[in-house]
Write a protein that binds this ligand. Structure first.
Ligand code: FRU
Length: 494
């Protein structure tokens, strides 16, 4: 069955040549060709960052999951490597689902992933098990005794049709991993396992279970210490909104608390959404050699993936910008990786601009842009009601970020960005009211906008489909506000 991988490798190379560079984002990773979902195996190995991804090379739709593979020195310039895995074994022939990677003490790259099979053929339920593949950063060999964790290891009341997305990390004596599963009511649980060699695993405990507040099944768990706390990231399916906090559908939650090593339980203290925009899911993190905890997510929303077949591009799915994480005041802060500062060129700064109505500023436009906006109320004047920045704009189209001071709500709106479908175009986020002061950093990359609010206290992310020639930026207000803007073009050097 090995030919499945060789076939994919030959196909993707040819197909990718037909995708011109301009038809991709500049520095956000897209699939080599075809379809991409979750980031997988985000790790540092052999002097490079490796990022794998859920991949179907042959069409821009979800289908037989392969693992695509790319490497980078700076997390911005990516080089495609041949697909790492194809669903070519009896235990994973329905798909090589999400997982993670780590370097072993003998210098190998170990992938721990979910192998999915269907007993009794099509139409039957999936059986999800955990599997290992070991490689050298280019070629990976599936372990002969896979799966390494099968359906029989699950504790009572856990569903082996939903047992997926192992996230591995090193401990003093070996490895641990967390894996998502659910109970008979599809309520998520996160399981903790340990291993000495990354191959023989032992169940430790149920780390935490979903009490029904955060969606149903919890996908793609990640668990790590950060700034004196322990953090669990999960991507729940089927969420209900909670005021402005979580939104309907698949979402991502950051649960902050502490890990009780004796009881092997995670004690949550607080939780909040990881991203308040439209397109963000299944994030995963890695610990960079310099100690930074870096997160990357799938810049997409499952409920709008049908759009993939309407697009003229031969790729679908993008990763977010890698983001540096920290905990401040009980919240997860996200900053664009600092490497992006090297791409900033042609700075344009306008200070103390009084915005009252519509304003366009010389030098402030572009489609691959890093722009910082600071707003302050005008002293001794009534507080402005609304501020809006329009970007990716032309006579017909724009994407808009607007802030209403009386609600302290920020809204991202891509209604006028060329979509002809009735899917989600807007999302709102409540930001702490600071007397009308707000800081926004907006990163545009051809087909996406990522907004970092108040130094990364909150983020809003969405994909945008407007023709790339729409590159104007304008500002408008209801009321008067003082604005500082610094804008850079983001340019790649080869
Ligand atoms: C999340 C997810 C994972 C699964 C993968 C399959 O987006 O559903 O739980 O491993 O996608 O492609």
């Amino acid at each position: 069955m090995k030919h499945k991988l060789l076939f994919a490798r030959a196909y993707e190379k040819e197909a990718a040549e037909l995708i011109p560079d301009e038809a991709r984002p500049l520095f956000h990773l897209t699939p080599y060709t075809g379809w991409m979902n979750d980031p997988n195996g985000f790790s540092f190995y052999g002097g490079k960052f490796h990022l794998f991804y859920q991949y179907y090379p042959y069409e821009t739709v979800w289908n037989d999951m392969h693992w695509g593979h790319a490497v980078s020195k700076d997390l911005l310039h990516w080089t495609y490597l041949p697909a790492a895995m194809a669903p070519d074994k009896p235990y994973d022939d329905f798909g090589c689902f999400s997982g993670s990677a780590i370097e072993t003490p003998d210098g190998k790259h170990l992938l721990l992933y979910t192998g999915v099979r269907k007993e009794g053929g099509e139409g039957k339920k999936e059986i999800q098990t955990q599997c290992v593949a070991i490689g050298d950063g280019l070629d990976y060999k599936k372990y002969v005794h896979n799966p390494v964790l099968n359906e029989h290891v699950l504790p009572e009341g856990c569903d082996y049709h939903n047992f997926r997305d192992p996230k591995i990390w090193k401990t003093e004596t070996g490895y641990r991993c967390v894996i998502g599963t659910c109970d008979e009511n599809t309520l998520g649980k996160i399981l903790l396992f340990k291993s000495q060699d990354g191959i023989h695993w032992e169940f430790e405990n149920i780390l935490i279970e979903n009490d029904g507040r955060l969606g149903l099944m919890w996908e793609c768990p990640d668990f790590f210490p950060l700034d004196g706390k322990d953090v669990l990231l999960v991507s729940p399916q089927d969420m209900l909104p909670e005021r402005f906090e979580y939104h309907n559908g698949n979402g991502t939650a950051c649960i902050i608390g502490h890990f009780d090593e004796k009881e092997k339980r995670f004690i949550p203290e607080s939780d909040h959404a990881v991203d308040y925009g439209i397109d963000f899911y299944a994030p995963t993190t890695m610990l960079a050699p310099d100690g930074r905890r870096i997160m990357i997510g799938w810049m997409q929303n499952w409920d709008t993936t049908k759009l993939s077949s309407l697009r003229e591009f031969k790729w679908f799915g993008q990763m977010t910008l890698p983001r540096e994480l920290s905990i401040r005041n009980g919240r997860l802060y996200q900053k664009p990786i600092r490497e992006i500062e090297k791409l900033r060129k042609n700075p344009v700064t306008h200070k103390d601009i009084l915005v009252d109505g519509v304003v366009r500023l010389p030098g402030v436009q572009g489609r691959t842009v890093d722009m910082e906006i600071t707003l302050r109320p005008v002293p001794n004047a009534p507080l402005y009601h609304k501020f809006a920045a329009r970007f990716m704009e032309n006579e017909q189209f724009y994407t808009k970020l607007s802030y209403r001071t009386h609600e302290s709500v920020l809204r991202i709106d891509r209604k006028f960005s060329g979509s002809r479908r009735a899917y989600i175009h807007q999302r709102r986020c409540e930001v702490p009211f600071k007397n009308g002061e707000i800081k926004l950093r907006i990163i545009l990359d051809r087909f996406s906008a990522e907004v970092f609010i108040n130094d990364g206290e909150q983020t809003m992310t969405c994909t945008v489909f407007t023709d790339v020639s729409a590159s104007d930026i304008s500002f408008n207000t209801d009321g008067k506000v003082l604005m500082d803007v610094t804008k850079y073009d983001l340019l790649m050097e080869e």
